[in-house]
Design a binder for this molecule. Structure first.
Ligand code: 4AD
Ligand code: MG
Length: 477
């Protein structure tokens, strides 16, 4: 007899097939109907028990959350909600579950409550749907780059470089914190540390990807990145996954082009691969929207929002244009922005980004050519000497989803910039050296994976789209 996953049973099995299914009880009704879920699909397998023939003690242990192994015959279902059901011939309770203390009851739990039960929340429809979509998205991403002949490189997790210069680093050390060795000027003696110099968890794989692009041509990284920024928002994690393609002989336009193509391709693929989960998440999204005041509701449902992105070009505007639009916008004139637009040079806040995307253009927006003062040291200086060849992609409901740039490939410009920013040229010797040995124009970007998963699944809080979120004051599980 075949042991099959429920997804397979529902898709390919036939009436009369004898099969074995294993999973966890979602509900048990009328001493007769077990809704069994094994995680392979959002759908449950309805299993029908013959009450008379079952051991009464065993019957008692069929409770929500219990793990079962069931042998039976597939029959046509007369009940609504499914076409096929399993007539149970043999049933084993593999793992009991005390219904008095099991936190995941067959009712709606708040996402906040479920975050505290991160070891059990994967047994809920919502989190399981999100995590299956997340998995499919990750695979689509690899497929996109693979069919474009990009090479997947593994950039280091531990590093001594600060790619973004943001300063929000998680130190990595084997030194005893209670007993730090000091050098002769009274500072911590990192020569005694494991690596012989200060190290931390990486904030980005970009600098290493740049090295590999200038040898392999087109590469990408897809790995965890770490930022100790103390932002307790629904869009920030201390540990998040980033996809960072890096391409030799690509300028900023090629870079924007690739970012658009990439996002569209992955979204299209996911609509196909995750149909059932997205249908479930779409219902959930619509129900959530109905709770909101009319003027705050999304114009689209979840699936139409994804389709809209697939079918429309992104709007491309320069930072100059963005500032002008924002300056003349209603919320700015009426003092509705928390951070008023005071003039050229300011950094855009999420409220500004979302205004441009959701209210002004009503589609994704790419902003390019930002002031150098608000961007990282490695971005290529524009001829105006004021702006750099940067680009951010902004998404509805999310704000910034991609940040990228053309890189400074000219050694004299790079040296000047490093000096201006007081960055140690000594530590970046290899990065500078690359600009001496066959340096070519090159570009890349970083897409925040969780922000993409948020967009696709419609989850409001980034903590619900990663299995075990790390945020300030929280690294449990
Ligand atoms: O704009 P960022 O900081 O760019 C870089 O790190 C570049 N090195 C990328 C590159 O050019 N190769 O980050 C890129 C993206 C952001 O647009 C955002 O989607 C995501 O990473 N991101 C975060 N996601 C979750 N939590 C955080 N704390 C994030 N910080 C950035
Ligand atoms: Mg950014």
């Amino acid at each position: 007899m075949n042991t099959l996953r429920i997804d397979k049973i529902l898709k390919t099995s036939k009436i009369g097939d004898q099969i074995i299914a294993r999973g966890w009880v979602r509900t048990f009704r009328a001493n007769r109907f077990v809704a069994l879920n094994d995680g392979s699909t959002i759908k449950n397998l309805q299993c029908v028990l013959d009450f008379e023939s079952l051991d009464k003690k065993m019957l008692k242990s069929i409770t929500t959350g219990a793990a079962l192994k069931i042998e039976g015959i597939l029959t046509e279902s007369i009940g609504s909600g499914q076409n096929i059901e399993l007539q149970v011939k043999k049933l084993n309770v593999i793992g009991i579950c005390d219904p008095e203390i099991y936190p995941i009851q067959p009712k709606k739990h708040s996402l906040e409550f479920l975050r505290e039960k991160a070891h059990l929340r994967i047994r809920t429809n919502t989190i399981a749907a999100v995590m299956r979509v997340r998995s499919n998205l990750a695979i689509s991403i690899h497929q996109f780059f693979s069919q474009k002949n990009f090479f997947y490189i593994h950039s280091p997790i531990i590093t001594s470089n600060d790619a973004e210069g943001a300063g929000d680093l998680f130190r990595v050390t084997t030194l005893e914190l209670e007993n730090l060795p000091q050098n002769n000027i009274g500072k911590v003696d990192f020569e005694k540390d494991f690596f012989g110099n200060p190290t931390h968890l990486t904030v980005s794989g970009q600098l290493q990807a740049e090295i590999y692009a200038q040898g392999l041509g087109n590469v990408y990284t897809f790995g965890p990145t770490f930022r100790a920024e103390n932002s307790n928002t629904a869009r920030h994690l201390a540990e998040f996954w980033m996809i960072e393609p890096e391409m030799a002989f690509h300028d900023l336009n090629d870079n924007i082009q690739l970012a658009e193509e990439f996002i569209r391709w992955v979204l299209r693929d996911t609509l196909e691969n995750s149909e059932a989960d997205l249908a479930f998440l779409n219902d959930r999204f619509e129900a959530e929207e109905r709770q909101k005041p009319k003027n705050q509701r999304s114009e689209f449902n979840l699936i139409d929002r994804i389709k809209f992105i697939i079918n429309h070009d992104f709007e491309r505007i320069s930072y100059d244009q963005a500032i002008r639009i924002l300056q003349n916008s209603k919320p700015n004139k009426k003092n509705k922005f928390k951070y008023p637009i005071t003039g050229w040079g300011i950094d855009l806040q999420s409220e500004h980004e979302r205004f441009l995307v959701e209210k002004h253009f009503k589609k994704p927006v790419v902003i390019y050519d930002y002031p150098k003062s608000i961007k990282a040291f490695y971005m290529r200086m524009n001829p105006d000497d004021k702006t750099v060849a940067a680009m951010d992609v902004l998404f509805p409901g999310i704000g910034e989803i991609v940040g990228g740039s053309q890189r400074e490939e000219r050694i004299d410009y790079l040296r000047k910039r490093i000096n201006e920013l007081n960055i140690s040229a000594k530590e970046l010797w290899w990065y500078l050296e690359l600009r001496q040995f066959g340096s070519v124009p090159h570009s890349g970007f970083g897409l925040g994976f969780e922000r993409l998963v948020q967009f696709v699944t419609g989850m409001n809080n980034i903590r619900d789209v990663i299995p075990f979120p790390r945020t300030p004051q929280n690294a449990s599980f």
